[in-house]
Structures are given as structure tokens and as C-alpha cells.
Write a protein that binds this ligand. Structure first.
Ligand code: PMP
Length: 364
């Protein structure tokens, strides 16, 4: 069986070792005589899987004890709404940083629920950079400050954490980490809330991760919908209703795989090496280009264009013939995009670069 190199932005490639383990455990999990999918979420087998997944995630990210880990559903998109519902806490407005397509979606939803101040934006340069903290026009009375750590479509990543601790207002920092969570260590204590859809670096679609500081829970708008209140989920260990049990099980296997790789410090090194191979080639080539400011380039999503867009289809077809799929860029920007999350092996990146070199020679 030949597995493809899948460069999809999400749902994305999963570690092969995880898929093999899941296959082995599919019909009979650890002698229980049942699949994880069939288990009651209140039974001791599943409760054990759930608790282990949370414990491994806490260890990987060194999550402090005063943060809750919530396993939710509804995608990062539902968080665009749950964040203002839960964190506005009666304040007049929230601050948002606009770095591209995903930030814009978060802003749009927040605007329906409260006042939004866009305190920094890279729209002036077609969303090709991460605005410096010194240029954020922060409001000390804001309910929170929201930013997108990695713009999955634009390929722009913050390689620094906005440190608000010395600034007036003690405003909580909120971050959409959908497309770079678990790619590197992160100081959770700098954040009030972090959220991520699972389908890139965590596991299957259908699971959404929220890591939230306890003091921010329980102050939602008066009478929020039960399911939209973080308190409901925090008070019930993410089991107020049936959680996405199989997705949490697979995420748990991914967390164990990450620990075996050496944790997030090791992943950061590998991710830097993988992205480096691709960007080095892009910068040497006159056939391909990437529009993002060098210091803000994403290690996870690498968009690039060919010098002649008329060659795009041939490029994609040729890649597919060599077992490399999902390289077409997002419909809003065109061109190509190679998503190289944790599960993409370095061989996949090397193979892509070899193919790009060959394609540039034959079509240059
Ligand atoms: N934020 C970012 C940065 C994303 O990449 C995505 C999905 N590609 C979303 C939010 C939306 O996530 P979901 O589809 O899980 O709602």
C-alpha cells in the first residue's frame, strides 16, 4: 500500500503510526471487546481514554493548573461566537488584530455580539506580515485582545507571543491557534484563552480544543445558551453532552505520538527544518515566489505562486502523478499551498522540492 504525501490544510495528514494503532484497536480496544466508537462516554474505558488525552495534552503544553482544557465541537468557527459571549463580561468592546482571512471571520462574528476595535491590521500590504506589538493601538479597557497565531490561507505566522503583561489594563490575550498548535512549545500563562479546531495538528475534524484560564469562566452574557457557556463544559469535564469520543481518542494517540517524538521542542526543530527546505528553495528560485515577509513566514502553511498561473494545472497534475496531493492554494488567493503540519514527514517536503525543481526546469 502506498500512502500519499497529503499537503492539505485540513483535514490534514495524521501520523501513520497513529493510524496503524487505531486500525489495530478498531474492533477490540485493549481487550474490551469493543471499538472506542461504541463505548459509552460514561463507562470506565472511555473515561480513562478521555482523562489520559487531557493529561498528555497538559504535559505536552505544560498547561498550568489554573487553566481548564475543554474538548468541544462546532469548530474554531463556533469559538468566533463563544469567545465574545463568554469573555465580553459586560465590557464595552474587544480588541482584534486583523491579519487575513481567519482574523476577518473572527472579527465579523464578534461584531454581531459587541463592539470591535481593530487595533492593528496588515491589510495595507495584502496581509503579508504580522504587525508588531508596538503598533497595536490597544485599549486598556478592552474585554480581551484577539489575534490569529497562524493565518492558514495567507501563510503568516506570529513567531512571538504578544506580551501584554507589562501593559495597562491586564487585558486577557485570546488566540486562534487552529493551524499551529502543538507545532512548538508555547507559554500558556501568557494567554487568557487559546482555541483550535483539531483537524490540522491535533486529530480528526469534529473536535475543538479550548484552553481557558479559570477566572474567565462563568462571566458569560446573562443567560447564555447552555451549550455556549464555557462553564457548562468546564463544570462537566467536557461531558455535559456526548463528546466526540472517537476524535478525542485519536487526538490522544496523536499526543502520545508527539511525546514519543520528543515533545514540542523536538517538533519545533523538525518543523523549522522542513519549512526551511521549502523556503530556501523558493528564495533561490526565480520560477516560484512567496509573498510573505521573511520573518513572519508560516512554518505550517507555505503558499507560493508559479511565475505563470497558466501552468498551475500542469503543476498540480504532475504532483498528483507522483503521489503528492492537495497542493492547490485556497480559492481566495489561488496559486499553491503546501501545508506541512507535524505529521508531514521530511521526505514529503524533500520530494516536493525535487518535483518543483524538475518542473521549473521543464517549464522555465
Ligand atoms: N481559524 C483558522 C486559523 C483556520 O485555519 C480555520 C480552518 N481552516 C478556522 C479558524 C475555522 O475552523 P473550523 O473549520 O474548525 O471551524
Amino acid at each position: 500500500m502506498a500512502r500519499l504525501f497529503n499537503f492539505s490544510a485540513g483535514p490534514a495528514a495524521l501520523p501513520e503510526a497513529v493510524l496503524r494503532q487505531a486500525a489495530e484497536e478498531m474492533l477490540d480496544w485493549h481487550g474490551s471487546g469493543q471499538s472506542v466508537m461504541e463505548m459509552s462516554h460514561r463507562g470506565k474505558e472511555y473515561m480513562g481514554i478521555h482523562a489520559q488525552a487531557e493529561a498528555d495534552l497538559r504535559e505536552l503544553l505544560a498547561i498550568p493548573a489554573n487553566y481548564k482544557v475543554l474538548f468541544l465541537q462546532g469548530g474554531a468557527t463556533l469559538q468566533f461566537e463563544m469567545i465574545p459571549i463568554n469573555l465580553l463580561r459586560g465590557k464595552a468592546s474587544a480588541d482584534y488584530v486583523n491579519t487575513g482571512e481567519w482574523a476577518k471571520k473572527a472579527i465579523k462574528e464578534a461584531k454581531r455580539l459587541g463592539r470591535v476595535n481593530v487595533v492593528a491590521s496588515s491589510e495595507d500590504a495584502n496581509f503579508s506580515y504580522a504587525p508588531a506589538l508596538a503598533d497595536w493601538k490597544l485599549d486598556p479597557n478592552a474585554a480581551y485582545v484577539h489575534y490569529t497565531a497562524n493565518e492558514t490561507i495567507g501563510g503568516v505566522e506570529f513567531h512571538w507571543v504578544p506580551d501584554l503583561s507589562g501593559l495597562p489594563g491586564n487585558v486577557p490575550l485570546v488566540c486562534d491557534m487552529s493551524s499551529n498548535i502543538l507545532s512548538q512549545p508555547v507559554d500558556i500563562s501568557k494567554y487568557g484563552l487559546i482555541y483550535a479546531g483539531a483537524q490540522k495538528n491535533i486529530g480528526p475534524a469534529g473536535l475543538t480544543l479550548v484552553i481557558v484560564r479559570e477566572d474567565l469562566i462563568g462571566q458569560a452574557v446573562p443567560q447564555p445558551q447552555t451549550m455556549l457557556d464555557y462553564k457548562t463544559h468546564a463544570d462537566n469535564d467536557s461531558m455535559y453532552n456526548t463528546p466526540p469520543t472517537y476524535a478525542i481518542y485519536i487526538a490522544g494517540l496523536v499526543f502520545q505520538w508527539l511525546k514519543r517524538q520528543g515533545g514540542l521542542t523536538a517538533m519545533q526543530k523538525i518543523n523549522a527544518e522542513k519549512a526551511g527546505i521549502l523556503y530556501d528553495y523558493l528564495d533561490r528560485s526565480s520560477f516560484y515566489s512567496n509573498p510573505v515577509r521573511i520573518e513572519d513566514r508560516s512554518l505550517m502553511n507555505v503558499p507560493f505562486t508559479l511565475k505563470d498561473a497558466a501552468l498551475d494545472d500542469a503543476f498540480i497534475k504532475g504532483a498528483q502523478a507522483q503521489g503528492m496531493v492537495q497542493l492547490k492554494g485556497h480559492r481566495s488567493v489561488g496559486g499553491m499551498r503546501a501545508s506541512i503540519y507535524n505529521a508531514m514527514p521530511i521526505e514529503g517536503v524533500k520530494k516536493l522540492v525535487a518535483y518543483m525543481e524538475e518542473f521549473a526546469i521543464t517549464h522555465g
